[in-house]
Design a protein around this ligand. Sequence first.
Ligand SMILES: [Zn+2]
Length: 412
Amino acid sequence: MVLQDILILVLLVAALAIGWWLGQREGKQKVDEASAKPAYFAGINYLLNEEKDEAIDSLISVLEKNSDSVDTHLVLAHMLRRRGEVERAIQIHQNLLLAPDLTVLNKQRINFELAQDYISVGLYDRAESLLLREIENDTGDQKSSFEYLLEIYQDTREWERAIEVSERLISREGVFWRNFWPRPKYLEEKLKHAVSHFYCELALEKFTAGEVRAAKKYLKRALNIDNQSVRANMQLAQLYMSAADYRMAIKCLKLTRWQDPELFPEMLPLLTKCYLQLGDGQGLFDYLKAVMAEIPSSPLVILLGGMITTNEGNDAAIQFIIGELNKRPSLRELDFLLDLIANGSDESIKTIQQVVKGLLHGQHNYRCDNCGFSGTNLHWHCPSCKQWGTIKPNIQLDPMVLSNSATSPHSP
Ligand SMILES: [Zn+2]
C-alpha cells in the first residue's frame, strides 16, 4: 500500500510538472500542445481512478510529444524500472537520447540511467560499452562511470577488470584530494579492501584449477594491498595444507588472531586439523588456552571443552564450561553443557535441552555489520549490500566482545 501511494504521488508530481510545462510553452509549440493535452488530461483521469498502467501509458505519450522535459522522463523511467518494467524504462531513455539539443550533462544523466536499466536485467555488455564510451568521451562525471563498471565486473566475476577499474578510481581519488589535509581516505581504503578480495577470488580460481604458484602470487598481492586480510591468510593456509606444509599453514592461521579477533574462531577447524596432522594435540591445547585468556569465544570454549572431555573426563569439562558460563552468558555453551550432563533419564534436563536446542535452531550464525543481512554461512561478499568483508559471526549468539567484569554475576 505504501509503495502504491508513493507511485501515485510520483505520478502526480510528474503530471503536474507536465501541466505546468504545457502552460509555460504557450505560443512555442502549439501543434504539440494540442496533441499532448488530451493525453495529459486522460493521464490525470486514470490516476484519479487508480488505473496506474493506463495513467503511465498516457503520460508516456505526452512525454514523447514533448521530449525536452528530461527530469519528468527520468522520474517516470526510474519508477518503471523499480516496478520491474525495465523494457519500458529503456524505451523512454533511448527515445530521450534522440531528442535534439540535449545538454552534455543531461545526456550523461540519461546514459547512467540507461546503464542501470541494462545492469538490472543482466545486459552487462550493453551497459559496459555505454559506460566505456562515457569514459572515452571524458565529459565530466567519470567517477560514476567507473563505479557502475565496477558493479558490472563484480556481478560478472571479471576480477582482473574489477581490479583495473578500482585502481583507476583509487588514483583518481588521490589526485582529487591531493591538496587537502587531512586527506579523506575512506573511499580509498574501502576500494583497497575490495581489491584485496578480488585478488583472493582470482587465487581461488587458480587454486581450483591446480595452479598453486599463481594462487600464492595473488594471495601475496592481496596481503600487500590489505595487510589485515584474514581471508588471504586463510586461503594461504589452505594452500600450504594442500602441500602438507602444516607448520606454514599454522603460521598463517595464527596471524588472523591479530588481524581480526572476531573472525579468528573461523580458523579453529583448520588449526585443529593442522595440529592433529602434526600429532601435536598438546600444542593445540596450550595455544587455545593462551588465546582464551585474551579473546574468549563460544567456538573456542566448546573446542576446549571437547578436548578436556577426551583428556580429563566429563566432570573436568563440566567444571570448565560452568566457569566460562559464569563469565559470559552463551546459549551455545549452555547447549554443550547440557549435552555433557544429560544422562538419558533426567526428564527436567531433557526438557531444558529441547528448549535450548529450539532457541538455537534457526538462529543465524553470521550478520552483516553494514546492512544487517544474516545467514548461516560466512560470505566474504554480502549478498544484500554487496560490500566486501562486512559479514561477521553473530555476536548475539557468541558474546566474545563482552568483558568478563561486565558480565560476571560475581562482579561488584
Ligand atoms: Zn550487507
